[in-house]
Design a protein around this ligand. Sequence first.
Ligand code: Z5A
Length: 215
Amino acid sequence: MSEALLKHPRLISLEGGEGAGKTSAIVAIRELLQARGHEVVLTREPGGTPLAERIRELLLSPHEEALAPETELLLMFASRAQHVREVIRPALQRGAYVVSDRFTDSSYAYQADGRGLDRALIEELERKVVGLKPSLTLLLDLDVREGRARTSGRDLWPDRIESEQDDFFERVREGFRKRAVAEPERFRVIDASQSPTAVGASVSSAVLQWLESSA
Ligand code: Z5A
């Protein structure tokens, strides 16, 4: 088990609420990095390996028995531990860029700010189980209702977390925004209410500036 938290220079994450447009933004980042000759691994959380994807199913499907917040947190970290060991570390070690649709910031926002779990527990899990932190995190910030309107009608049923009330998602949004203020060197906040083309352009320009400043 690792104790140190390494900010890896080729690990990038995308964060934000439901419907913020992470899926399209991640494609823009891949194109930009590939055009510069880099290998790029796109991945997501929870999930990213066959076993972690099974944990994702457990996390997102509705159950007759309510999932305790602690169970939810530990399953998020079980999925992340597998993902880091099987996909992220090997890719970084061979020199690839890894772009993850969500990473540990989501656990702080959803499980600490949203569910009210102890932040110190998450910090300890992050240090001891994950050991890695992105160097660049793009926060796609969007009004909660606008995000929900974008995704409503997409699925037959909302998943277990999507079924939460707006006040839960307001706490999550606020949690992300506070993290961005606390770590301005790592976060770039993108206005996700713009058109998809404008969001893609803002994301690409943020990544380009970051690449140039870290060269
Ligand atoms: N979770 C957690 O609690 N703790 C953790 O540690 C982790 C995760 C890692 C699953 O994640 C859930 O797990 C998530 C957080 C929790 N729960 N929630 N809510 P997910 O990433 O699979 O779920 P998501 O973030 O909600 O995915 P999403 O709704 O698909 O969001 P998105 O990827 O950002 O959006 P998108 O698929 O790119 O776009 C959604 C729709 O909006 C689509 O129809 C687009 O065409 C449309 N769209 C996108 N951009 C625009 C713009 N700019 N204008 C108009 N319409 C747009």
